[in-house]
Design a protein around this ligand. Sequence first.
Ligand code: NAD
Length: 260
Amino acid sequence: MLKGKQALVTGSTSGIGLGIARALAAKGANLTINGFGDAGEIEKLRASLASEFGVEVVYANADLMKPAEVESLIRSIEARAGAVDILVNNAGIQHTAKVSEFPVERWDAIIALNLSAAFHAIRCALPAMEKRGWGRIINIASAHGLVASPMKSAYVAAKHGIVGLTKTVALEQARTRITCNAICPGWVLTPLVQKQIDARAAEQKISVQQAKLDLVSEKQPSQEFVTPEQLGELCVFLCSEAAAQVRGAAWNVDGGWLAQ
Ligand code: NAD
């Protein structure tokens, strides 16, 4: 279904981004993966994605907190493949603290990566997408793009921002075959969330297993985590022709979190 399309999934060396990259590759998309980690491990991952799915997979180590690196990442894909057909803005970080104690440097970093990097990627990728007359932009927001929780001012602000950016881009492209949507996951058990579980276990002097159950149950009536595979399949649907009129959505996948 996506054979011959060129997909960029930011932050795809781990967690949700990796799940999305796998799902797109399984449908035949060529991939650019991005993110940090051990160089040897990343090369193993790149080679295994390419051989498992028979697609081209290129790794780019761009630091997306730097606008110039976002731009050169997009330009390098265009030089190789003509355009980024499918852009998944997924890379993100978290920091928790009360707003009065929030480190300014962490605020700036979260806004730079979780919000501004998506703006720069979209801004740079759109002209070539427009020339091709087809495109899919998927922004990985969060349930925290639609509701707040304490201790997460920068993250909630960035994720609400990305939902707004999504709607604006969708409207600007409403008469084209380029769609822009956001996915708003609840809790997904990835390294980003494992850190929060470990902190909770240490703080409350409870087991990691108990902290995990408490964390998910507090927000999600299902008491189950969302999986990267489920989010990958939703991305595949958003790339399909069946989703051609899904525009500017902020689609929650959250075990019932926002139904309450
Ligand atoms: P993760 O920590 O497993 O993965 C984050 C990825 O981003 C990694 O590949 C990492 O190397 C990369 N990255 C970090 N800094 C980067 C930078 N400066 N430049 C380029 N890449 C960088 O996290 P995750 O849980 O998979 O989160 C992915 C996205 O999903 C984030 O935007 C996050 O906010 C969002 N999200 C996560 C959850 C959850 O419960 N895990 C819920 C809702 C939304």
